[in-house]
Design a protein around this ligand. Structure first.
Ligand code: GLP
Length: 243
């Protein structure tokens, strides 16, 4: 694991943006894996600014999001579709056919999961994937459990995750109980991973990430990936620095 510790959220976002921009410059039709949440918002703002200034051309990229809530429609601003439109897609002018996010309103949700994993394969896999980390060390919505789930699947969200994520909802009571998440094989087959973590709420999670490899701490599996960069601010990295 390549661990980069930065002084602040802004410096973390600067470095992450530089890594993503390098990727797109070296391969303009890159498939980018993307996450939602507070951690990548600064990164996405920098990508939009760089795209609008003409420093990098995103017109040929494809994007694949890691997860979506079940029962929240794509046109709802609280959905991950809505988050991505607001923070990245609209600013970069990405066309719908360039972007892939699970359909949380699919009638046949198991079929949607299979379609999603297959679509990632059809697109040739993910070149660079941006991840956040939950306070319980989840990635995407791969919650702590007894096994690592390889393919895109349906997840019942933990209480801890619901409490953390309901703050993103206009009405926190609308926070769903279920989601669709890319699985661990989908993630581990990405050719490069960048995980962002900021703030003291992530200190324990990053400690678990570098501890025993166990499905009880899903991010710990990243230790087996050959090309993963952790970009953390000093507060989040407190345990990493001790180790
Ligand atoms: C959610 C998302 C994850 C994200 C995590 C951390 O559960 N499904 O993909 O990484 O939250 O979010 P944040 O960056 O807001 O702390």
């Amino acid at each position: 694991m390549d661990i980069r510790i930065k002084e602040s959220y802004d410096e973390m976002s600067d470095l992450a943006a530089a890594l993503v921009i390098d990727q797109v410059k070296s391969k303009p039709d890159s498939v980018l894996g993307l996450a939602c949440g507070a951690s990548p918002i600064g990164l996405y703002r920098r990508l939009v600014e760089a795209g609008q200034r003409g420093e990098v051309d995103f017109s040929q990229v494809k994007t694949v999001n890691i997860d979506e809530y079940i029962g929240v429609s794509a046109d709802n601003p609280d959905s991950y579709h809505g988050f991505m439109r607001k923070h990245l897609f609209d600013g970069l002018g990405l066309r719908p056919e360039q972007t892939l996010i699970p359909d949380g309103m699919a009638v046949d949700v198991l079929n949607e999961c299979a379609r999603y994993s297959n679509k990632i394969k059809d697109w040739g896999g993910i070149d660079l994937m941006v991840l956040g980390i939950g306070a319980n060390a989840h990635i995407g919505f791969n919650e702590p459990g007894d096994t690592f789930v390889p393919e895109t699947h349906v997840v019942e969200l933990s209480e801890a995750t619901r409490n953390a994520n309901c703050l993103f909802f206009a009405n926190p009571a609308d926070m769903p109980h279920w989601a669709i998440s890319m699985g661990m094989r989908d993630i581990m087959f990405a050719r490069r991973l960048i995980l962002l973590a900021s703030g003291s709420a992530k200190t324990v999670a990053l400690g678990k990430m570098i501890g025993d490899i166990t499905p009880q701490a899903p991010a710990s599996i990243l230790q087996l990936h050959p090309h993963v960069t952790i970009v953390a601010d000093r507060a989040a990295a407190a345990r990493l620095e001790q180790e």
